[in-house]
Design a protein around this ligand. Structure first.
Ligand SMILES: [Zn+2]
Ligand SMILES: [Zn+2]
Length: 257
């Protein structure tokens, strides 16, 4: 199987930015395409990466904040109209505790605009109360609760070559992220604000670096960057706690694993 790759679709936050679109990460495992979060602007950025929404096989949501889920409704609507035949494969959309209730509330507003045949779309709720693991044909997924919202999950994907990629979603410090990311080939970690501007519920470069060091990951990507991050040398801040390979995310950056 060809090597796994990650494309940062959106490295930003809820703040509108031409440079950093809201959160989304594309993972390509052979022919299988996984999307993590779909903030506003995701479909356009995917097109810039040469990916159509019909190419996506799985969407995993880290939590329900609009900067991570904003394009869920437009994506399903664009699968249905103007021509509902363009998707040839099943799309699985998964999230943490309360995800099915979240979907049902959206359906209460949008009705059958969000309905698609079962062979085209299924929703999956993952366990929030501890480690969960699921096996699909070309990869396995493990999740752990993160320290952000009640439903927040971090994801560890292991492909059929044994490579592992971890996505933190939004989180503050948590030992769950250290254990989920232990030995991972790549950790895509939020680093919302510079060290001096830390906000509750989010990490900073040096905190992300500390967890990456303790998890002994092989490479660290810092993402979910508020505009303040571009006014500081966040790489140097991260270097105070982490010495391994480091990438500051940019939209449409592709990383081979
Ligand atoms: Zn966020
Ligand atoms: Zn959030």
């Amino acid at each position: 199987m060809k090597p796994a790759s990650v494309t940062i679709i959106g490295s930003g936050t809820c703040v509108p930015s031409l440079k950093r679109s809201s959160c989304a990460v594309l993972m390509e495992l052979g022919e299988t395409k996984l999307l993590f979060d779909s903030g506003p602007g995701t479909m356009h950025r995917l097109l810039s990466a040469g990916i159509e929404i019909f190419d996506i096989d799985f969407i995993f949501y880290s939590h329900f904040h609009p900067d991570h889920t904003g394009e869920l409704v437009p994506l399903i609507f664009a699968t249905k109209y103007p021509d509902g035949s363009r998707r040839n494969t099943l799309l699985t959309i998964a999230g943490g505790d309360g995800f099915l209730n979240f979907i049902n509330k959206l359906k209460a507003v949008y009705g059958d605009w969000l309905e698609l045949p079962n062979v085209m779309l299924r929703f999956l709720e993952l366990d929030r109360n501890g480690p969960d693991s699921r096996h699909f044909s070309s990869f396995a997924v493990e999740t752990m609760p993160m320290n952000h919202q009640a439903e927040s999950l971090g994801y560890r994907i292991t492909d059929s070559n044994g490579k592992s990629i971890v996505y933190s979603g939004d989180t503050d410090t948590t030992e769950n992220l250290v254990s989920l990311a232990t030995g991972a080939d790549l950790l895509i970690c939020e680093s919302a604000m510079p060290d001096t501007l830390k906000v509750p519920g989010h990490l900073t470069p040096s905190l992300a670096g500390d967890m990456a060091t303790r998890a002994n990951v092989k490479k660290l990507v810092l993402t979910h960057l508020y505009p303040e991050c571009d006014r500081f040398d966040i790489a140097s801040q991260c270097r105070q706690t982490y010495q391994g390979p480091l990438v500051i995310a940019e939209d449409l950056m592709k990383i081979e694993i």
